[in-house]
Design a protein around this ligand. Structure first.
Ligand SMILES: [Zn+2]
Length: 138
């Protein structure tokens, strides 16, 4: 796994394996999730893979009423919006993910700072198989 390139394809492969992985800059220690081949802070290109524990808290969110077809197929629509959030991981990086177990039709009930734990949503089969990163209140 150490040999995988620091890009979105590797990131998704790791998600398929139920791993949330980021890249850490060997120069300055900055963390990126998803991984980046070049450090966004110091522009060094020496990276290493690090696995996130999958604990974090909700930093921001939006309720999405008109989602991509895949989300509509899962039963999300205008009356049942799904929630996309920015999760601040324990390790310090921020990652965009679906937020499960909250009511997207009642945004006022969703609180910034809610402790969340990672979940890997496996959808589709064979060539269509995809894994979505999600978080759920602890
Ligand atoms: Zn750096």
């Amino acid at each position: 796994m150490e040999d995988r390139p620091f890009n979105d394809i590797s990131y998704e492969q790791f998600l398929n394996e139920d791993k949330l992985m980021g890249s850490r800059c060997r120069q300055c220690g900055a963390l990126s999730v998803p991984p980046r081949p070049i450090c966004t802070k110091c522009y060094a290109s020496e990276m290493q893979w690090v696995e996130m524990r999958g604990e974090g808290k909700l930093a921001a969110f939006t309720c999405i009423a008109i989602g991509p077809p895949l989300m509509m197929k899962e039963g999300y629509d205008r009356k049942h919006p799904y929630v996309a959030g920015v999760v601040e991981l324990e390790e310090g990086a921020r990652v965009v993910a679906r937020v499960e177990g909250v009511d997207g039709s009642k945004p006022e009930t969703i609180k910034i700072g809610t402790p969340l734990r990672v979940e890997f949503l496996h959808r589709g089969e064979a060539d269509d198989a995809m894994t979505f990163l999600a978080f759920r209140p602890v």
